[in-house]
Design a protein around this ligand. Sequence first.
Ligand SMILES: NC(=O)c1ccc[n+]([C@@H]2O[C@H](COP(=O)([O-])OP(=O)(O)OC[C@H]3O[C@@H](n4cnc5c(N)ncnc54)[C@H](OP(=O)(O)O)[C@@H]3O)[C@@H](O)[C@H]2O)c1
Length: 369
Amino acid sequence: MAQIHPVTLRWGIISTGGIASAFSKDLLVDPKTRNVNDIVHKIAAVGSRSVDKAQEFINHSLAGDKSIKAYGTYAEVYNDADVDVVYVATPHTYHYENSLDAIKAKKHVLCEKPVTSNRAELQSLLDAAKEAGVFFMEAMWTRFQPLSLEFKKLSDGGELGLPISVHADLSGNFRIYDIPKTHRILDPQLGGGALLDLGPYPLVWAIMALYENPANNATYPSITGSILKTPLTGVDCNTSFTLNFSQSNLLAAQAVLSCSINTDGLDPGVTVRYEKGSIRISAPIYCPKSFVVRYLDGRGVVVREEKRFFEYVGRGMHFQADEVARCIRDGLRESRLWGHEKSLLEMHIFDEVRKQGGYELPSGVEKVH
Ligand SMILES: NC(=O)c1ccc[n+]([C@@H]2O[C@H](COP(=O)([O-])OP(=O)(O)OC[C@H]3O[C@@H](n4cnc5c(N)ncnc54)[C@H](OP(=O)(O)O)[C@@H]3O)[C@@H](O)[C@H]2O)c1
């Protein structure tokens, strides 16, 4: 049997916040624990606005690995010849400028969700990435998890018939009356609120189940959005949006999606109903570990029920990292599973929901309109 020579991808981590730590720890998980033998991840550098914070991050999150460089500016990471790909994990409203700087330095980029503040910023980034000839992907980690891949097989496979509806919610009780108004979830300067922070997750399930369904023929949905703002800072506190996928003539299906920052999420967090059954996905919907599939007979009676469990070592953010490594190895500029058009659709939907709900970011926050 031919020996596989794994490809090593060298990462530069931008910022030292909560999710940068979670992602970096997942990069340290041995890929063989998830049957990945063709990829090795190496963290080459960490950039922070403070070099002490960068070093502290390496000490606490990365076992003090002395081979990892600590930088007190993000620019030093972009310009480090030992970095192949930059992971951007700053607050939403910095994603555009951080990713653009990395792209200009000819680095590949994996950028946290929501990929930008609006669609125009994303389009500008994609144009820049194309010109620089680099890979760019939004860190939509849910799309790459084993459960999602199995869900897709069932959802598109035909045994359940066509999808009819998706209900999905992601909420979290951020104790908004107890946290400072400068917290990124409350601060409009940082794109605070439920939609941009939590909205990507109910949406990703609608995209997987409906937008990606072959019968939809990649047709955009019509959008209705409703926003309830918190008087604390005016960011959206409770947001719901519906997507009607009915323009392709082959599919007539509706997604009913919601997110809140002042209450806990629902469980199951996602329910997809089909002509001949349903799939109920357990919370948390960003990395669910189980789902229940129900098959119905012609009279709507449940004839079979299956519960499926998915376990792995780590938090589950490494599956997207493997995708990035393979795409870069293969010379691709975007992911096959979470390509640019899906992030563009996401930002198009969020722009429209914010417009209908009357949530405008403060002047100057959005860098491109
Ligand atoms: N994929 C997921 O499951 C997931 C989960 C949570 C969050 N996220 C996304 O990841 C991003 C970061 O979220 P987080 O929870 O990690 O946030 P966080 O803990 O507040 O960390 C953000 C980091 O960004 C840097 N930063 C740069 N400019 C900043 C500014 N003006 N204000 C505050 N911080 C600034 C800071 O690092 P330095 O001081 O070191 O520069 C800070 O530690 C958000 O866009 C969020 O949507 C994704």
